[in-house]
Design a protein around this ligand. Structure first.
Ligand code: NAD
Length: 475
């Protein structure tokens, strides 16, 4: 049996990638392990400067307090990636893995450019260093099955002198609840090579998590099971949303109410109540990307039926976003040209400023195609960010007054896209009075009191509520 090279007693950690995952995850490790030095690095100097300031680069409830507690004590943010790699035994890689835009697998496969560059940089630094103690590379990014294997080969080929073990430790946090998810995860997965050195590496990383996560929730497995578990978890979650959204159209057609149906099926303990809320569709940087990735992998392994099955989850989501935009146009007498529509919420969900793959993009673009004038308000998304998502040309017909009442004033319609709590407590009576009539509300999150809004005079359109929708000719 080959000898196992021991890992140092004093753990030191760094993370490549200071984004939505790397930043919060390392902050929580630093909180629960005050004796462990944790350095978070990024190529992006602006992002690191923001992590070192009072204005963090991402919005996440509770994050600032925990950063303030540990930053400068055992939590550091730096652009000196080489130094951090040299100084650490555990190196997390939490870089972006977007969908490929060109080449083989474009539009589906994960782009591993950033991951491979990070792997090569780690190998180069280890090669050049006199310290030959073993290191553990932790794949935190979501990657296709067998990536760890490929990366281990890349690193082994360019760095013969240091023992580099690659572990898969996918992250399950959800933006908006990241801190709670990290404090009390349902589980932590650690996959690694089932060799003596691989098992020693798994144990070394698990000991860090066991400082605050109960042992039975720290699951160990082989590398590929861990990688596949992450893609599968996201595919199952997104599938539930697409499933209930598919039923929402049927509810509208039949007179059923999707909230009642979701409640009735969710109390069945075999199904459970979570992720059963019908809406304008899911967004975010992960669901679509990870399912497309799964689809690509299935196809590559000669499983076209399995690929098609999962692809339908994406198609249903696209359908739901388009359906919502079409409903706005058809309800407003088949034209929105020149009409002001207030878009309430642009982030892909509440409590985050993240706009990647947000359904707001599809809805806004469809309305802009119809020449509507949009007034967009989101408490955490800047005009600059909206411009990045919609494109400079589209912004000609978009205003962003930065005040929700100003967005609504004079509008013909309000469209709720993000379920921000603040939208529940707006003074809708006052808003109604300030709007053009008939005044429409399209509640893409089914979050408002529709009966009350109708009493005020609004024409209310919801998702999946099959009661007779107001007849616009009666107004
Ligand atoms: N956002 C989520 O909710 C979430 C949840 C679970 C898993 N994930 C996965 O985690 C990974 C990271 O996601 P994210 O949302 O944090 O991405 P992100 O885009 O917010 O952050 C990635 C960061 O990595 C940096 N980077 C790229 N190459 C680098 C390198 N070689 N060295 C140092 N830094 C480098 C980028 O500059 C960027 O700041 C992705 O694979 C994603 O699928 C994301």
């Amino acid at each position: 049996m080959p000898e196992v090279q021991p890992y140092p007693e004093r753990v030191k950690i760094c993370c490549l990638g200071a984004g939505y995952v790397g930043g919060p995850t390392m902050t929580v490790i630093a909180k629960f392990c005050p004796d462990i030095k944790v350095t978070v690095c990024d190529l992006n100097e602006k992002r690191i400067a923001a992590w070192n300031s009072d204005s963090l680069p991402i919005y996440e409830p509770g994050l600032k307090e925990v950063v303030d507690e540990s930053r400068g004590r055992n939590l550091f943010f730096s652009t000196d990636i080489d130094a951090a790699i040299r100084d650490s035994t555990i190196i997390f890689v939490s870089v972006n893995t977007p969908t490929k835009k060109s080449g083989v697998g474009a539009g589906e496969a994960a782009d591993l450019t950033y991951w491979e560059l990070a792997a090569r940089q780690i190998a180069a630094v280890c090669n050049a260093s006199d310290d030959k103690s073993p290191k553990i590379i932790v794949e935190k990014s979501t990657v296709p099955v067998k990536t760890a294997d490929a990366m281990a080969q890349v690193m082994a080929a360019s760095c013969l002198s240091t023992n580099l073990q690659v572990l898969s430790n996918p992250e399950f946090l959800a933006e908006g609840t990241a801190m709670d998810d990290l404090f009390r995860p349902d589980r932590v997965l650690v996959g690694g090579a089932q060799t003596p050195q691989g098992l020693a590496a798994i144990d070394y990383l698990c000991k860090v998590y066991r400082r605050w996560v109960p042992t039975e929730q720290v699951l160990t497995m082989n590398l590929w099971s861990a990688e596949l578990s992450k893609l599968t978890a996201n595919a199952f979650l997104a599938q539930r949303i697409s499933s209930i959204n598919s039923v929402s159209s049927l509810c509208e057609a039949t007179g059923a109410n999707v909230a009642e149906v979701a409640h009735a099926i969710g109390v069945d303990t075999r199904i459970g109540p979570k992720f059963l809320k019908a809406s304008v569709g899911f967004g975010g940087s992960c669901f679509q990307k990870d399912i497309l990735n799964l689809v690509y992998i299935c196809r590559s392994f000669g499983l076209p039926e399995v690929a098609q099955y999962w692809h339908q989850v994406i198609l249903m989501n696209d359908h739901q976003k388009n359906r919502f935009a079409k409903k706005i146009v058809s309800s407003m007498f088949n034209t929105v040209s020149g009409k002001k529509i207030a878009i309430l919420g642009f982030a892909f969900k509440k409590d985050t400023g993240d706009t990647r793959e947000t359904p707001a993009i599809d809805v806004c673009k469809a309305l802009l195609q119809e020449r509507a004038q949009l007034s967009i308000f989101d408490p955490e998304v800047s005009r600059e960010q909206i411009t990045v998502e919609l494109g400079q040309e589209e912004m000609e017909l978009v205003e962003t007054p930065g005040d929700v009442n100003a967005s609504c004033a004079g509008a013909h319609a309000l469209a709720i896209i993000t379920e921000w709590d603040v939208f529940k407590s707006l003074d809708y009576q006052r808003i109604y009075e300030s709007m053009s009539k008939p005044a429409f509300i399209f509640d893409g999150r089914n979050m408002l009191d529709h009966d009350k809004l109708e009493e005020m005079g609004f024409k209310v359109f919801t998702i999946g509520k099959g009661k007779k929708q107001p007849d616009i000719d009666d107004s």
